[in-house]
Design a protein around this ligand. Sequence first.
Ligand code: CDP
Length: 225
Amino acid sequence: MTAHPPFFIIAIDGGAASGKSTSSKVLADRFNLLHVDTGSFYRGVTAEFLRLGVSAVDSPAVVAAAHALHFGTRLHRRSAVMELGGRVVPDAEIRSRVVNENVSHFAAIPAVRAALLAYQRGQTGVARTHHFRGVVMEGRDIGSVIFPDADFRFFLHADPVERARRREKEGGHDSIAERDRLDSTRKTAPLACPVGALSIDTTHLTPAQVVETLAAPIAAKFSRG
Ligand code: CDP
């Protein structure tokens, strides 16, 4: 019988433009992990609901649309890309202003979160099938709800002015303060540092410094196997 090599789960949570995506991608490359950006899943679902004309204030319509979602996953390098009914929502659409403005409203609805729960957990199966060593999953509730027993749980935060500057530099029209307010105050899976997670203030760190802060304990554990 061959023993399975250890499979690692790394959870990275934090507010908008806190440095999650940049560091998750580098960690995925460095440690051969599947990169899963759950924000892109909430964005994809939001774009789909908007395409169908479903409004976030129409609860029965949201519940029905959430039940009808049909998920799949394709890989783009080391990143999981969500398919909805076999179609990938283009990146320009999921990062559009209208999605920025609506995503936190849909993400606050329990039926939407429930629809994405099993799909997010199922990304470990995708990672195993494709022989990754684990997953690095970023979002708002990964260390609290999706994988509370993850091998590593990080929470990134930064000064709001610095985060607004970063998002502007990326060229996006984004109301990150409003999204953070909605994400932190919702009843289901609010954005918060999970108990026991390592909280890191990225305000005065370069992207490379954030990566090294996260990578150090991971490298130590990986080398122990
Ligand atoms: O890129 P940025 O950090 O600005 O946001 P994102 O990670 O793309 O997430 C977009 C939105 O999805 C967030 O503002 C949340 O409303 C929602 N989201 C969530 O509720 N739970 C997650 N695990 C990930 C995203």
